[in-house]
Design a protein. Structure first.
Length: 474
């Protein structure tokens, strides 16, 4: 086998098992074979491809790999010697991936069939995706071989003056690629002219609105076995949601105080345009509470779903609206709020909904280990001032320390003894614990005459189960 350039049918070389000889040669005059990989995928390969650890090509790309018909220079056939012992498993083994799939939907790139580059989008690896983007940006250009590129730019500058470009971009609302196609140049050159003339570019949100109105954002979706073109619509949300205090607003705000985060975004210091919009994000391991928040806020976007090893998936809801971001700042939320967050001022009837939202985010309800049937509830916060205010509100409804100490005066100037606030020794943070009758009072405070859309069902069921066991003991 070492002195022969042919591969044997049925023989395994590295991770490839030869199935059949296609009877055709590639552009280097090597025989093309159809082979099956260890993953069970049929690809086309050839001798040097196997020897140097190639990933193979899809069968439908066979015609692209054939030898050229018109050859100016004489091409000598490669003399490649190969043996089954020379191809070691270490050379041909596919790099081990951290996940079972190359991406969520695809095992490999749909264009080149490889897995060497990471997934970028639409089933394409980063290299193929960038190639397609460059081809899309330059496919419309008609080149004149008799004239240089410098001459073409002079012609474009004469026709595309500052006034014309302002009208095309600012008044008519054309995109950079639309103008580039009209004047036979690249999108990058139009961008260069905008900077040269000092024309302010649109923000991403403004450009998106125009693209949605003109039905430029579209994708293909399989419906009943057939591909249909779906046009992306504008996302909707109740932008006045945080302007007025309601039970729904208080609950969502409490959950954001616990598990949400604010990002101020980024702006270009030169052009004053928005690079990344301000946003409020909420992440959870379960989509239940995020779906409820979507309904409360009339929000029609899908949740972002990402792998969160080893726990499964992480779901995220993003509110990328500057008006809502400003409303949250006025209430008292700030970026990096964990250690300095303050309890907001609100109507009395909204406080219980706000605390329930906080508890669904940073609180827990559980059964004590080693003591089956004994329900416990705890809450954690990085801000001492915030957790003290929650303790005060709970004290007002009768949740207090069960063992009263008469020697220490009350912190807030009230009679009785509030529940104890504990401080973590190894990190910044404070927590409280409730048990027995305090858990019973907290349950009625949270869930009496409250709609199911305003609480986390999982914690409610644990609460209810624990209280049923407590009643049986009493």
């Amino acid at each position: 086998m070492s002195d022969n350039t042919d591969l044997r049918i049925g023989q395994k070389y590295g991770r490839w098992t030869i199935i059949e000889d296609t009877g055709k040669l590639n552009r280097w005059r090597e025989k093309i074979y159809k082979a099956r990989s260890d993953y069970g995928e049929e690809m086309i390969v050839w001798l040097s491809h196997i020897k140097y650890g190639g990933s193979g090509y899809p069968v439908n790309q066979l015609n692209n790999q054939l030898k050229r018909k018109k050859v100016k220079k004489k091409i000598h056939k490669r003399k490649i010697s190969i043996s089954t012992t020379a191809i070691t498993k270490e050379k041909l083994e596919v790099p081990t991936l951290t996940t079972s799939k190359w991406s969520i939907k695809y095992n490999r790139c749909v264009k080149c069939g490889g897995t060497e580059y990471p997934h970028k989008g639409n089933g394409l690896c980063q290299r193929c995706y960038e190639k397609r983007a460059r081809r899309r940006d330059t496919s419309h250009i008609k080149r004149d071989k008799r004239r240089s590129s410098a001459f073409s730019k002079k012609v474009i500058l004469k026709s595309l003056t500052e006034e014309v470009l302002k009208k095309e971009y600012s008044v008519l609302g054309k995109s950079l690629i639309d103008i580039a196609r009209e004047y036979n140049c690249t999108r990058q050159y139009i961008h260069k002219l905008l900077n040269k003339y000092g024309i302010v570019r649109r923000t991403k949100s403004e450009a998106r609105k125009i693209a949605i109105e003109r039905k430029k954002l579209k994708f293909e979706k399989e419906v009943d076995g057939q591909l249909e073109t779906v046009y992306l619509g504008d996302w909707t949300v109740n932008r006045d949601f945080f302007k007025t205090w309601t039970p729904q607003m208080a609950y969502v705000l409490g959950f954001i105080y616990a598990d949400g985060s604010l990002d101020a975004g980024k702006k270009n210091s030169k052009t004053k345009t928005t690079i990344a919009s301000p946003r409020c994000s909420i992440s959870q391991n379960s989509p239940e509470i995020l779906e409820k928040i979507k309904v409360l806020m009339s929000y029609n976007r899908k949740l972002y779903k990402a792998k969160n090893w080893p726990r499964g998936y992480l779901y995220r809801l993003d509110l990328t609206d500057e008006e809502m971001y400003e409303d949250l700042l006025k209430i008292g939320l700030t970026p990096a709020k964990s250690l300095n967050v303050k309890f907001p001022e609100m109507p009395t009837e909204c406080i219980c909904h706000f605390i329930r939202g906080c508890w669904d985010g940073d609180g827990s309800v559980y059964f004590e280990k080693g003591r089956p049937g004994e329900i416990r509830a705890s809450f954690v916060s990085g801000s001492e001032q915030f957790i003290k205010r929650i303790v005060l509100e709970l004290y007002k409804i009768g949740i207090e320390r069960q063992r009263i100490s008469y020697t220490k005066p009350s912190e807030f100037g009230l009679p009785g003894s509030k529940i104890t606030i504990y401080k973590y020794k190894d990190r910044n943070g404070y927590y409280i614990k409730l048990q027995g009758k305090n858990c019973q009072r907290l349950f009625h405070y949270f869930y009496d005459e409250v709609d199911e859309s305003l609480y986390l069902k999982r914690k409610y069921e644990v609460f209810k189960k624990g209280l049923d066991l407590l009643k049986k003991k009493l």
